[in-house]
Write a protein that binds this ligand. Structure first.
Ligand code: PNS
Length: 162
């Protein structure tokens, strides 16, 4: 069976944790569509176009991975692209409550769409986009958290050289 999965998120910016989930999903599903949520919050570091550009460059080695963006409800986007699976990464128990609520709400909105959780690899379990931005804003090292391309762009935004 050919299963299309959508991997939604803010990706502001993409981290090694996100890439781990994308790479592993690409081995499980026949097509993975990474979907950047547009205009979710006001204080984003990167525009949607910048996040799309980073994700496309970072995933270009995977023939079955595409990157797009969506506005509005995730399940409506899943329907439009024919995805019956939503992939979400779980880093720790603290993620669970929000993810549980979102998975159930999405199921209520679209019964044909299932959420599949992937445990984020142990070495990435402490990484989040917000932590990356915070560390970078104080001039800290983010080499182990994001790929070089993202690191350059984060420091480019902050106006520091690292
Ligand atoms: O990376 P994030 O910020 O944890 O991703 C959250 C995201 C974008 C997946 C979630 O906020 C979302 O799906 N937003 C779209 C609006 C929507 O469908 N909301 C209802 C979910 S219950």
């Amino acid at each position: 069976m050919r299963t299309i999965a959508v991997y939604p998120g803010s990706f502001d910016p993409p981290t090694y944790g996100h890439l781990d989930i994308i790479e592993r999903s690409a081995r499980v599903f026949s097509r993975v569509i990474v979907a950047v949520a547009r205009n979710l919050r006001k204080n984003e570091m990167f525009t949607t176009a910048e996040r799309l550009d980073m994700l496309r460059k970072l995933t270009k080695a995977h023939a079955n991975v595409e990157v797009d963006s969506f506005r509005g409800l995730l399940v409506e986007h899943a329907r439009e692209i024919g995805a019956h699976v939503v992939v979400r990464g779980l880093r720790a128990i603290s993620d669970f409550e929000y993810e549980f609520q979102m998975a159930h709400m999405n199921k209520k909105l679209a019964a044909e769409v299932d959420t599949v959780f992937m445990m984020t690899g142990e070495r990435y379990s402490y990484i989040s986009s917000n932590i990356v931005k915070e560390i970078a804003s104080f001039g800290g090292k983010i080499d182990d958290l994001v790929p070089p391309l993202v690191r350059e762009r984060v420091f480019g935004k902050i106006g520091r050289k690292k």
